[in-house]
Design a binder for this molecule. Structure first.
Ligand code: SAM
Length: 337
């Protein structure tokens, strides 16, 4: 199965031909070994007719492997213009299956690369689309958070349905994405990710496989949006509650929760735990997803009651002042439904 490309120079030769040295400032580390690129593409389980959007193709190793699969169409988005000429060579050889875009994946309308007739209702099967990328590690984490918010809103590429992703991360970040309750790696990212997606660890990529080799190892991770999120609240609510409570990892969760409320509303801290039926003396990494869900539900109810609460930031003196002006000084917690 798969498609054949006409004979072409090796990716390593293309890198030499175009003098495409990796830029340290942009954390560029390339996959030049086609066996490694094919292994990456195997994790996508490309089915006939699939549309794929690859972010950060660089010299095009993974792109070439994608074109040798059953994918019908591959769009690539590359920020560094030095890579456009070699990608254009690949495009010319692709028989119309590759589109090359110069742009920043953060601002690019990835959803626009997928055809509307491939969209599937959210609760139906997965659309025949995929987003893939071996991006610089610092970029992939920022993009993932942006994409999780879009998954939560069903916007961007997720207006087409539950589009899966296959991405590389620094190995340590992959551990955090996957960490279960009680794991030393469990953190805000674990909750943000797992409440919206089924996360699967695919395989470990030793640092030495990249050119030049980074000091850290990498891992390939699949993320598939869940039909129904495990926490039924908006992205900002989940982000705020998890950030505050994980902030004091080694302390009782009550300590972090205090930062969610201005001093005039301190009475709500105990109410948060009572109404959520969560023990305030637990530690953040021991909480189950159900407990996170109840905490977020209760906090969202408080935010509905006090609309400025969600924007309250204990670190910002202006925000503290604003809340103190709007909240009765001695808030009676029984007022809060
Ligand atoms: N995927 C290629 C590979 O495996 O050999 C290149 C990997 S290199 C780690 C990351 C690539 O992503 C670079 O080509 C870099 O220019 C590109 N890149 C970085 N940030 C980007 C962004 N925000 N949007 C698009 N491309 C980006």
């Amino acid at each position: 199965m798969g498609s054949r490309l006409p004979p072409m120079p090796k990716i390593s030769e293309i890198v030499k031909m175009y003098k495409l040295s990796a830029t340290k400032k942009l954390s560029q580390n390339f996959l030049l070994d086609m066996n490694v690129c094919h292994k990456f593409v195997k994790c996508i389980s490309v089915t006939k007719g699939m549309y794929i959007c690859e972010v950060g193709p660089g010299p095009g190793g993974i792109t070439r492997a994608l074109l040798e699969s059953d994918a019908l169409k591959v769009h690539v988005i590359e920020k560094d213009s030095r890579f456009i000429p070699p990608l254009e060579i690949l495009r010319a050889a692709s028989g119309g299956r590759l589109e090359v875009h110069l742009g920043d994946a953060k601002h690019f309308d990835i959803g626009g690369t997928f055809p509307l007739d491939y969209s599937r209702p959210w609760l139906r099967n997965i659309p025949n689309m995929n987003i893939v990328g071996n991006l610089p590690f610092n970029v992939s984490l920022g993009l993932l958070l942006q994409w999780l918010e879009q998954i939560s809103n069903r916007s961007g590429p997720w207006r087409h349905g539950r589009v899966p992703m296959t991405l590389t991360f620094q190995h340590e970040v992959a551990e955090r994405l996957l960490a279960e309750k009680n794991s030393e790696h469990r953190c805000r990212l674990s909750i943000m990710c797992q409440h919206l997606c089924k996360v699967r660890y695919r395989y470990h990529i030793p640092g030495k496989v990249f050119v030049p080799p980074p000091k850290v190892h990498a891992a390939v991770v699949n993320l598939e949006p869940l039909k129904i999120p495990l926490i039924n609240q908006s992205f900002p609510v989940v982000q705020k509650v998890t950030a505050a409570i994980f902030h004091y990892r080694q302390k009782h969760i009550r300590r972090g929760a205090k930062d969610l409320f201005p001093s005039a509303m301190t009475g709500l801290v105990d109410e948060l735990f009572r109404l959520s039926d969560v023990d305030p003396t637990h530690r953040s990494f021991t909480l189950t997803m159900e407990e996170w869900s109840r905490l977020c539900d209760t906090y969202a109810n408080f935010c509905n009651e006090y609309p400025r609460l969600l924007d309250y930031n204990y670190r910002d003196p202006n925000s503290r002042l604003l809340m103190e002006e709007t909240v009765p000084v001695s808030l009676n917690v029984s007022d809060v439904k």
